[in-house]
Design a protein around this ligand. Structure first.
Ligand code: ZN
Length: 138
């Protein structure tokens, strides 16, 4: 179920208040990735929260992470499983970059955007200001 803009704002405010007014990735407060290692696998236990929060397709976000980490990954319920030992900071940084390049409107900074495919390109359409921008990640 998609979150409303008010829900996203409430979540952002429940984080650190001082960052709320800054532009960029901080506008949308991401939870800390909850990561554990089992054997040679990395279990990202709260993975499902992220695509839900940013209103993006779970598989698509997973494919982005797997590609950037140069490994294979799969979804297991709320969790994502990556081959190899990946640290929490790598997930944090990649998710923040994903938000910056493919979620936040570059015009007004709103996280309330959706993707629209036009021939070979993905666009971010902002529901707050109506701007249509090329999504660097999709
Ligand atoms: Zn906008």
């Amino acid at each position: 179920m998609p979150l409303s803009y008010e829900d996203l704002l409430a979540r952002a405010r429940s984080g650190t208040e001082k960052d709320a007014k800054k532009s960029g990735a901080l506008r949308l407060e991401l939870p800390e990735p909850d990561v554990i290692w089992v054997g040679n696998k990395t279990i990202f236990r709260n993975y499902a929260e992220f695509p839900k929060l940013i209103r993006r397709d779970s598989t698509r976000v997973l494919m982005y992470l797997a590609k950037e980490l140069a490994t294979a990954a799969s979804i297991d319920g709320e969790r994502a499983i990556f081959i190899g030992r990946k640290d929490r900071d790598s997930f944090s940084q990649l998710l923040q970059r994903y938000v910056k390049d493919g979620v936040l409107c570059p015009v007004c900074g709103s996280p309330d955007t959706h993707l629209d495919r036009d021939k070979r390109m993905w666009f971010m359409v902002c529901e707050a200001c109506g701007a249509r921008s090329i999504a660097k990640v999709a």
